[in-house]
Design a protein around this ligand. Structure first.
Ligand SMILES: CC(C)(COP(=O)(O)OP(=O)(O)OC[C@H]1O[C@@H](n2cnc3c(N)ncnc32)[C@H](O)[C@@H]1OP(=O)(O)O)[C@@H](O)C(=O)NCCC(=O)NCCS
Length: 155
């Protein structure tokens, strides 16, 4: 990997094709591929929301010499024990060939900058207990809250 600096910037309208490819790779990491891939309507709706000023949903990408090599998506929302909103980082992904060179860390720094600009003082996110690689990064940047995530489908 070249020594060119990685720059972090917001997603632009004309990033759609590359964003879709990176996001498909990220979803595939979680088994959402082939028959279980996100359908076109979800992908189109998510993109529309990411591009909308009316939605509290944001995306950043990592640019290495003109090539996008990573992304993060995050959501600002209310927190009932604070006045300020909080930030949920839903997705973080670095293309396989670019891993281990600080892209993930820089993307998280970028989310922190976006929060600071909005007066938001914290970021939280989930990861699987088994995701050793991600945890290797997260353990250096954040504290493990020890909460478990429960989810139920509502018919
Ligand atoms: C997790 C992920 C985003 C990390 O991205 P990355 O760009 O490789 O991360 P970085 O290069 O910023 O790594 C940051 C630190 O973790 C370390 N690290 C990265 N990959 C590592 C690995 N495979 N094993 C051990 N440490 C690792 C780096 O040495 C670095 O430490 P340093 O900053 O102290 O030098 C990337 O592996 C990925 O996209 N994985 C698949 C999707 C995923 O798991 N996403 C997270 C879901 S919660």
């Amino acid at each position: 990997m070249p020594a060119t600096p990685i720059s972090i910037r917001p997603l632009h309208h004309d990033d759609y094709a590359v964003w879709q490819d990176l996001w498909a790779q990220y979803n595939a990491f979680y088994g959402r591929e082939g028959d279980t891939a996100l359908n076109d309507e979800i992908v189109a709706t998510t993109w529309k929301r990411l591009m909308s000023d009316e939605e509290p949903v944001y995306g950043l990408v990592a640019d290495l010499d003109g090539t996008l090599v990573g992304l993060t998506h995050f959501i600002f929302h209310r927190n009932l024990i604070r006045i300020a909103d909080t930030c949920y980082m839903q997705d973080l992904f670095t293309a396989e060939a670019a891993r281990g060179h600080g892209v993930g860390r820089k993307l998280i720094d970028g989310v922190a900058d976006a929060c600071r600009a909005r007066g938001i003082g914290d970021i939280y996110w989930h990861t699987q207990a088994s995701n050793k690689t991600a945890r290797g990064l997260y353990d250096r940047l954040a504290r493990n809250t020890d909460f478990l995530v429960y989810r139920t489908d509502v018919a």
